[in-house]
Design a protein around this ligand. Structure first.
Ligand code: FRU
Length: 468
């Protein structure tokens, strides 16, 4: 139908119907970005988990495919990753037709209820037809639970040894820490290291890790370990912290004990990166679940619940000697720009619910923006002193959960030079200095926002209508 559903994003991925949480199995193959996701098709609240599936050639236009993985006798299909096994090391494809292999957590709900602690195990599924159909491996599970309740969310990557040979590394969330396992064939896994018991944020359980190599601005190799945590995030509820250090011999050694967050807004969780990107792209692409476990199940959408964040390109940057992770909007988003509306005065109408707003700071390092509608709903975005904030207390519907209507702030001790804001019906993503500071925030206005106002520190203001 052509009727616009209230709060349905235009250019963010959302399921047609049903419940969605974490992105899973992000893998690129033959011109397609695969996006699998935690999915419960029979309801708009969390339930028996499946892997939903979509593909895109450009990270902005998604084609919905049929459900890839269904719950089975070993349990629900919890979060995990996917790799392209180009050399058929697993033997699950053939040399001519190497497989995509999904590595996920089997969660046995009966075991969980019965008080057992061994109800989460790691398992495999594989596809030799570009991810269109999947078979579960007959030898599942491949990594059995050693007696720890929370033992899940395997993220597998392929790493080169010093002699040039390759090895699979699994980064696994284990209650309050991370374990690394290695394997030659994705089937036999050996514990190689543990990290995190006495470092980082521990206000909740550790989930959905990722391990990523980067070049620092000075050309050094550094590894970043992403660890989602629920609850215990800086804005309450769920959020993603990260560590910077070295990864050697299956062990992660952090540079320092600083707590860093990938996104200071309340609504970016369980984000991970695509594997098998073409080497000449030389980039690290991330996407997160644009919600928060505090209220994810009760946000006021109807036929579906949740969307993913915009895709983001990660890199390391340096602020007076401290390395931090930058999340820049993926360049593919620029292709969505339809009409441009330059703004001369201090305010403008918004041309639609799906826009990108750009502006540069005049050097003052302080700014404020208001986004509003005729009903008096208003979101305030600002930098004052060293705090960047999004205030959604008066943004529209906020009373579906007591923590939603809040003002969220993030420390930014360095100069703000420019901002980009992505608005898409029910979300605001703020990128300061192309992602040196990011805040992602859901909003549910009583009617679409129609107006934007800027203070005088903001120059070169532009609005783009974004169209698919
Ligand atoms: C994170 C998470 C994962 C788990 C999945 C279940 O949001 O709790 O740890 O695998 O969601 O849907």
């Amino acid at each position: 139908s052509q009727v616009k559903e209230e709060y349905r994003p235009a250019y963010h991925f959302s399921p047609m119907t049903g419940w969605m949480n974490d992105p899973n199995g992000l893998v690129y193959l033959d011109g397609e970005y695969h996006l699998f996701y935690q999915y419960y098709p029979d309801s708009t609240v969390w339930g028996p988990m499946h892997w939903g599936h979509a593909v895109s050639a450009n990270l902005t236009h998604w084609e919905h495919l049929s459900t890839a993985l269904y719950p089975d006798s070993l349990g629900y299909i919890f979060s995990g990753s996917a790799v392209y096994d180009a050399e058929n090391s697993s033997g699950l494809g053939t040399a001519d037709s190497p497989p995509l292999v999904a590595i996920f957590t089997h969660h046995d709900p009966k075991g969980a209820e019965s008080g057992s602690s061994t109800f989460q195990h790691q398992s495999l599924a594989y596809s030799t037809d570009q991810g269109r159909t999947w078979s579960k491996y007959v030898g599942n599970p491949v990594l059995k639970n050693p007696g720890i309740r929370d033992f899940r969310d395997p993220k597998v990557s392929q790493i080169s040894n010093e002699d040039g040979s390759k090895i699979w590394v699994m980064t696994l969330a284990v209650w309050d820490h991370i374990r690394f396992y290695t394997s030659p064939d994705l089937k036999e896994w050996t514990l190689s290291g543990e990290f995190g018991k006495n470092i980082g944020a521990h206000g909740g359980v550790w989930e959905c890790p990722d391990l990523l190599p980067f070049q620092t601005p000075s050309g050094e190799e550094k590894w970043v370990l992403l660890v989602s945590i629920n609850p215990g995030g800086p804005q309450k509820g769920s959020a993603t912290q990260y560590f910077i250090g070295d990864f050697k011999d299956g062990q992660f050694i952090p540079d320092d004990s600083m707590i860093r967050w990938i996104d200071y807004g309340p609504d970016n969780y369980a984000g991970v990166t695509w594997s098998n990107l073409p080497a000449d792209q030389n980039r690290t692409l991330f996407i997160g679940w644009m919600s928060n476990w505090i209220y994810g199940n009760v946000v006021p959408t109807k036929a579906w619940r949740s969307a993913m964040t915009t895709p983001r390109e990660l890199s390391l940057f340096d602020v007076s000697g401290t390395l931090l992770l930058k999340s820049a909007p993926a360049k593919e988003l620029e292709k969505l720009r339809a009409q441009a509306y330059p703004i001369n005065g201090s305010s403008s109408d918004l041309p639609s619910e799906a826009v990108e707003i750009l502006s540069e700071l005049d050097g003052s390092d302080q700014f404020s923006i208001s986004i509003s509608n005729e009903e008096g709903d208003e979101v305030l975005i600002s930098k004052e002193s060293n705090l960047v904030s999004i205030d959604r207390r008066n943004s529209g519907k906020v009373d579906f959960q007591q923590n939603f209507g809040a003002m969220h702030s993030a420390p930014m001790s360095w100069q703000a030079e420019n901002i980009r804001i992505f608005l898409d019906a029910s979300s605001i993503e703020l990128f300061v200095n192309e992602g040196e500071l990011v805040m992602t925030s859901l909003v549910f206005p009583n009617s679409p926002y129609t107006k934007i106002e800027f203070d005088e520190s903001l120059k070169h203001k532009k609005i783009f209508n974004l169209k698919k």
